[in-house]
Design a protein. Structure first.
Length: 550
């Protein structure tokens, strides 16, 4: 319920604050006094878009703040999901800056309008005449029936199962499309894979093969140079080894004269040992390298195969070819795997359909069982509102299609007059009749579900006399289960309120302002008397007002 509302610098309102009771509150005032301004301010708190025209003083910001008690609405999940602090008395604040920008806060945490609008759906239902057209919407009609039928838990389970069903169908559709695509490429992919597999590629082998090929392809030049190196190293008089030996003997003769010479002697000895080892390795290599045309041919063929595959697949390394081989292997295998997965999904879908059908049938049965109760209650309430011949024929039929709320289709048929044929509610009911039907619906729903605070904006248009009394009784009865506001011009309804708030215009510093006032009992008598007789209040009007209040 809304606990309080404060408005600053909005339209004709300079600054005001008002607290509300938890029962039935009536709001009255002359046409143009500012009742629509009050609703406009409340609309901003609930997430409607704002503009600079809302500011009374264009140089200052507009602030609208509302306090709500939300402990009965089970909104903890909403606050957790949106990372907001949950408070049993939640504060919503909306600010419109002179720049035209607006800001919104829930318990002092900044939020966007979407979050604010989502929360407002749980808090306040502002009902005006044009909203009666919602009754013509199939979804709204089902919501009415499901509330009376206590279908909330079944609908929640159905919604979860339907989400799973849609996901399964989406998955199987994707897999079938992929399978079809793979089937078209399967033969070609298999050929490419077989070609790569037969090449028996190994990571790093290209560099090794190229090295071996270069060695065999240049065997004569290699042997010629190895022989020359060996000759230069081992000539008796001028070979490198002999010269190093002579140098070693010479340096040893003077090594004792200086530590410098001694160090050089050691280095030359090491050099001689290293070169001797090099000479032996060259000799061994020379013995292993020989001309082998057959091996050279095999190497050349393998390299040409690798080069051909690289060109075909537009890559530069064997490693990249191996990656392509793995991808092709997955594609070829995945066709078989996909078929198996599709079969499994089809079984899951079949099982899910069984559960969905059971839930949809349960919803259907509950709805059918509820129809006599709902139509009886609607007709009884409408009879008290002067529509004694109003009749409903609500027809629900089950279809094959899975809708968001079951498999049912609905026809909400209505007849207002005795002897008249039934017709679709949206086609045969007048505006005044729709208003009364909506009031009857809200009254019934208040008994079955935790409706948010409801504000009836001049729902009494075109009503008077005893019907107005009955309408007031209905609103008062609704307030036993929820917070109810009625903006009204009828004294019969105004007299039913637990609280009476008057909206009026005042002149202050040569400016016209809209003000709110919570009326005392005596002030209520005078206000209702004025609603009965106009500005010239008669004794009869005062007595009638007192009777209405009693």
């Amino acid at each position: 319920m809304i606990v309080s509302l404060s408005i600053e610098n909005f339209a004709l309102i300079e600054k005001l604050s008002v607290r509300f009771s938890d029962g039935f509150s009536v709001i009255t005032g002359e046409t143009g006094a500012g009742k629509s301004i009050l609703l406009g301010a409340l609309g901003l708190v609930l997430g409607k878009r704002a503009d600079l025209s809302s500011l009374k003083n264009k140089e200052e910001k507009c602030i609208i703040e509302a306090h709500f008690k939300i402990s009965n609405y089970n909104l903890q999940d909403f606050f957790t999901t949106n990372d907001l602090d949950y408070e049993e008395e939640t504060i919503i604040r909306r600010e419109i800056l002179p720049s035209g920008k607006s800001r919104a806060f829930i318990n002092d945490t900044p939020v966007n309008l979407n979050e604010l609008q989502e929360l407002s759906n749980y808090l306040i239902d502002i009902h005006s005449q044009h909203q009666t057209q919602e009754l013509s919407d199939d979804l709204v009609q089902f919501q009415i029936i499901d509330s009376v039928a206590s279908n909330a838990d079944v609908l929640k389970e159905y919604a979860l199962k339907l989400k799973e069903y849609k996901k399964l169908n989406s998955d199987i559709k994707s897999k079938k499309e992929l399978l079809l695509s793979l089937a078209k490429e399967q033969e070609y992919n298999s050929f490419l894979l077989e070609e790569l597999l037969s090449a028996k590629l190994k990571s790093g082998e290209q560099e090794l093969l190229e090295s071996q090929f270069e060695k065999l392809n240049n065997v004569e030049l290699i042997n010629e140079n190895l022989a020359r190196i060996s000759s230069l190293s081992n000539q008796e008089q001028y070979g490198v080894i002999q010269n190093l030996k002579d140098i070693k003997v010479a340096i040893q003769k003077i090594a004792s004269y200086s530590q410098d010479f001694s160090g050089l002697s050691d280095r030359i000895s090491s050099l001689l040992i290293e070169f001797d080892d090099i000479d032996k390795e060259i000799t061994e290599l020379a013995e292993t390298i020989s001309s082998d045309p057959e091996a050279l041919q095999i190497l050349n063929e393998k390299l040409q195969l690798i080069y051909s595959l690289q060109k075909k697949h537009q890559v530069n390394t064997v490693e990249e070819l191996l990656e392509i081989q793995n991808e092709l292997d997955v594609k070829v295998i995945s066709s078989v795997t996909l078929e198996s997965e599709i079969n499994a999904l089809e079984l899951q879908i079949k099982n899910t359909e069984i559960v969905l059908n059971d839930l949809a049938t349960l919803l259907h049965k509950n709805r059918i069982a509820t129809l006599p109760i709902l139509t009886s209650k609607l007709e009884a309430i409408l009879a008290t509102l002067g529509m004694v011949n109003a009749r409903f024929d609500i027809q629900i039929s089950q279809k094959e299609t899975y809708f968001n709320n079951g498999r049912d289709e609905i026809q909400f048929l209505f007849s207002a007059n005795k002897g008249s044929d039934f017709g679709l509610l949206k086609k045969v009911a007048s505006g005044g009749e729709m208003s009364r039907i909506m009031l009857a619906v809200k009254s019934i729903l208040s008994e079955y579900s935790k409706l948010p605070t409801i504000i009836f904006d001049e729902i009494d248009t075109g009503v008077s006399g005893e019907i107005a009394h009955k309408m007031g009784d209905i609103l008062k009865h609704m307030s036993e289960n929820m917070q109810v506001f009625a903006i009204t011009h009828l004294p019969q309804i105004a007299g039913k309120g637990k609280e009476h708030i008057k909206v009026y215009k005042a002149i202050k510093d040569n400016q016209t302002l809209s003000e709110l006032k919570l009326l005392t009992k005596d002030e209520r008598v005078m206000e209702i008397a004025q609603m009965l007789s106009g500005s010239n209040v008669t004794e009869t009007a005062l007595n009638h007002a007192k009777e209405l209040l009693n």
